[in-house]
Design a protein around this ligand. Structure first.
Ligand code: SF4
Length: 246
């Protein structure tokens, strides 16, 4: 089927989300809580767009709004600009420490809100992407704790978690840089726990933490890696050459 986005005709499958269709067609829609590796959450609402069906317009969250029939979509209409600006202004109020949100506020002309108390250092907007990454990719070491204004993402009892394997996926997907992760040549520290890093026995490149390598090996039912991807491929290629020649 076809929909139009900002006047451009775009092919799509029934049930595809508007954000996916727009991105595939090179049309920019800003997001914070969306990551292509996971299903949409609609948590931050930055990706709102206006959908016009049978002459009636409505604002929807594009990462979780499936295309069901032909429609016109506007990613930057006056209504969208106004509401997106307000959403960003409120997110900035919640997480004034996030550079990413400040940049989006400038780009989309978010108004300045003087009300509400703010925590100047806070960078977290509680989008939950880190928890999703940890649950889906790794070990379920972090979760949302408390309620209302005290709600936050943490390890159990704010203690270093025995389930955390130090993979850093949570920090990698965080859109606002809210998770502290530090790394030296030999160690990585995250969520109050320091992990030794393992290097490739051939080229010396960091492969990951001992715990994440063991975890990945266990899931795949093989021995833990001692080579990085590039060196393993090289070794396989050399093996083939030895057997089959040039
Ligand atoms: S570093 Fe720890 S908390 Fe973060 S995704 Fe990996 S296992 Fe989960």
């Amino acid at each position: 089927m076809k929909i139009t986005i900002n006047g451009k005709v775009c092919e799509c499958e029934k049930g595809e989300y508007i954000l996916q269709v727009a991105r595939r067609n090179g049309i920019e829609i800003p997001t914070l809580c969306h990551h292509d590796g996971f299903s949409g959450q609609g948590a931050c609402r930055v990706c709102i767009v206006e959908v016009v069906e049978k002459g009636r317009g409505k604002i929807v969250v594009s990462c979780v709004y499936p295309v069901e029939k032909e429609c016109e979509v506007f990613t930057d209409s006056e209504k969208v600009q106004k509401q997106r600006g307000m959403i960003l202004a409120l997110l900035h109020k919640k997480a004034p420490g996030s550079e990413e949100i400040s940049k989006l506020c400038s780009k989309y002309n978010a108004p300045v809100i003087d009300r509400f108390v703010e925590e100047p250092e806070n960078k977290c907007v509680m989008c939950g992407l880190c928890v999703k990454a940890c649950t889906e990719l790794s070990a379920g070491a972090i979760s949302t704790v408390n309620r209302g204004v005290t709600k936050e993402i943490a390890t159990p009892y704010h203690e270093p978690s025995s389930s955390c394997i130090g993979c850093g996926s949570c920090a990698y997907v965080c859109p606002t840089g809210a998770i502290d992760i530090t790394q030296t040549l030999s160690e990585r520290t995250i969520w109050g726990k320091t992990f030794a890093l393992v290097t490739c026995e051939s080229c010396g490149r960091v492969i990951g933490t001992k715990e994440e390598i063991a975890y990945a090996a266990k899931r795949a039912g093989r021995e833990p890696d001692t080579l990085c991807d590039a060196c393993r491929k090289k070794q396989i290629a050399l093996g083939f050459k030895a057997i089959y020649g040039e």
